[in-house]
Design a protein around this ligand. Structure first.
Ligand SMILES: NCc1[nH]cc(CCC(=O)O)c1CC(=O)O
Length: 308
């Protein structure tokens, strides 16, 4: 690697992506002494108004960045880990998972969930959030929305919606924590696997880069998200499935909780397991198998709204 050329960091151009890429760039320069240059990449998901599922799901964001890695236009890319499909990509390595931010979901609006009026209109595009909201407040009107976090927040400001549910970590990254009315504890709303965590990817054949990027890796985060994402992989679900999973290490033990919720919120299976952090993947596999034993497939299949 040319020691003097800055590392080129490929990033989406949204406010949230630029902010999280900036944080990674700063941390990396500080720890390695390398300059890092942000290279904005426009993806199909950023320009198309079509529902995300119709243009290939959140994979469209990820694939555009991976193409730039493989062509050598950028050295590494920063993604929200939550948006990465569980299938390992050919020729690309997960070089680092920096220390995770708050994994929880947050309600943005004028009042806490319990204090919103009957039939209040809540915006979210995530089946996991839809299902869990319906379980908490069956009277709410859930309005499917997509777009960047700032676009979604604008719909509350304009009165089109009463509230929206977004990831707390993302709200912090775009400087909008002042709009949070309530932060959901995982027992109310289990976060998406990998929520709040970032992923650094580079070409698998760049051992020099992998070594360098490891400077910002946080092993405890990697362990937790490995367990969470294994659940998702075994259930053969993606980020658009009503699957929640959250793992954290407490006193050298990894605690994992995962759930599947029926789309109408009428049924939920939620299970937990603990074990050695070295067995993160097995823990995820075992918990997913137990979920399937209890009928997870059937619960996920109970749809009363269009899959999204
Ligand atoms: N799917 C979009 C997306 N991808 C990552 C985040 C938030 C930040 C994170 O979870 O790390 C968001 C927005 C949201 O869910 O509110």
């Amino acid at each position: 690697m040319n020691e003097r050329a800055p590392l080129r960091l490929g990033t989406r151009r949204s406010l949230m992506a630029m902010s999280q890429s900036g944080l990674v760039a700063d941390a990396l320069s500080q720890r390695t002494g390398h300059a890092v240059e942000l290279v904005g990449v426009t993806t199909e998901g950023d320009v198309s108004r079509a529902l995300l599922a119709q243009i290939g799901g959140t994979g469209v964001f990820v694939n555009a960045l991976r193409d730039r890695l493989l062509s050598g236009e950028v050295d590494f890319a920063v993604h929200s880990l939550k948006d990465l499909p569980t299938t390992p990509p050919e020729g690309i390595a997960l070089a680092a998972t920096p220390r995770r931010d708050d994994p929880r979901d947050a309600l943005c609006g004028p009042a806490k969930l319990a204090d919103l009026p009957r039939g209040a209109r809540i915006g979210t595009g995530s089946p996991r959030r839809v299902a869990q909201l319906r379980a908490l407040r069956p009277d709410l009107e859930i309005v499917p929305i997509r777009g960047n976090a700032d676009t979604r927040l604008r719909k509350v400001g304009s009165g089109e919606l009463d509230a929206v549910v977004l990831a707390y970590a993302g709200l912090r990254r775009i400087g909008r924590l002042d709009e949070v009315a309530e932060v959901f504890e995982p027992d109310q709303m289990l976060p998406a696997p990998g929520q709040g965590a970032l992923a650094l990817e580079c070409r698998a054949d760049r051992a020099d880069l992998r070594e360098l990027l490891a400077a910002v890796d946080d092993p405890a985060t990697r362990t937790a998200v490995t367990a969470e994402r294994t659940v998702l992989a075994v259930l053969e679900a993606g980020c658009s499935a009503p699957v929640g999973a959250y793992a954290a290490e407490v006193e050298q033990k990894l605690h994992l909780t995962a759930s599947v919720v029926a789309h109408d919120g009428s049924r939920q299976i939620r299970l937990s397991a603990s074990g050695s952090p070295e067995r993160a993947e097995e823990l995820g596999r075992e918990l997913a198998a137990r979920l399937l034993d209890r009928g997870a497939d059937q619960v996920m299949g109970e749809r009363d709204i269009e899959p999204r």
